[in-house]
Design a protein around this ligand. Sequence first.
Ligand code: SME
Length: 150
Amino acid sequence: MDKEKKYAELLPQLAAVVEGEQDMIANMANVSAILQEEFHFWWTGFYRVLDGMLVLGPFQGPMACTRIAKGKGVCGTSWMRDETIVVPDVHLFPGHIACSSVSQSEIVVPIHDSLGNVVGVLDIDSEHLATFDEVDKKWLEQVADLLKGD
Ligand code: SME
């Protein structure tokens, strides 16, 4: 099955899982588990904005850096610019934070509250180059929308 189809099937399932649960951590935990079970990425998880930093949230995969400053790495840059960043080769991204030397490519998608403030990011890392493209961006932005906090 191509990934477009996988995402199309997964999105309603994700929506059903987060519907009716207000707690952001619980929802992030289930969303990372479901994405990981479907796609088997190297690392799938969340960072939340807490006290002016990105702090590690629920994830699936190996241990990761716990805190990332605004503007630092791919995650901090996505937060600062308030936009999705697709990185085909992490070694070519200035300031990339290598939590793992295995990671080769990455996508980071901001998550917003109902006022439009960035409250966290969805970060997915791959052990292969150029794993993510416009298809992942389109669907993962919809996944991030499901997690809108209050
Ligand atoms: N590579 C990320 C850091 C987070 S971990 O890879 C899970 C970055 O540069 O933002």
